[in-house]
Design a protein around this ligand. Sequence first.
Ligand code: ZN
Length: 123
Amino acid sequence: MHEFSIVQSLLSLIESYAEENGAFRVSKVVVSVGVLSGVEPSLLETAFNTFKEGTVAQDAELLIELEKLKLKCGSCGKESEKEELNLVCPECGSQNTEVTGGEDLLLKSLEMECEETLDRGQM
Ligand SMILES: [Zn+2]
């Protein structure tokens, strides 16, 4: 399944970030999913919860933010955002539009617990 390979690369990215920052635990993962990315958020979540076991992110909560479709119109030049999947410019009705966003899946932020945080917590 598409989502499985996405999650596996997401988790390896998370693990390398965690290692760079000396984190022993990741508590929260925020990803942005574009409406055109072809990723089904519920499948992504299921895949994440399956593959996170045994990784630094095994207790992490996954938050999925949906990124709207972003269009730039080639006729009137207007940039717009839409939730529905059609490429017609809402301003002038032209179909001469270019997709400028909403196609990607991005790792937006991570909440990690590092050795330092733990030391501070014990003081
Ligand atoms: Zn337009």
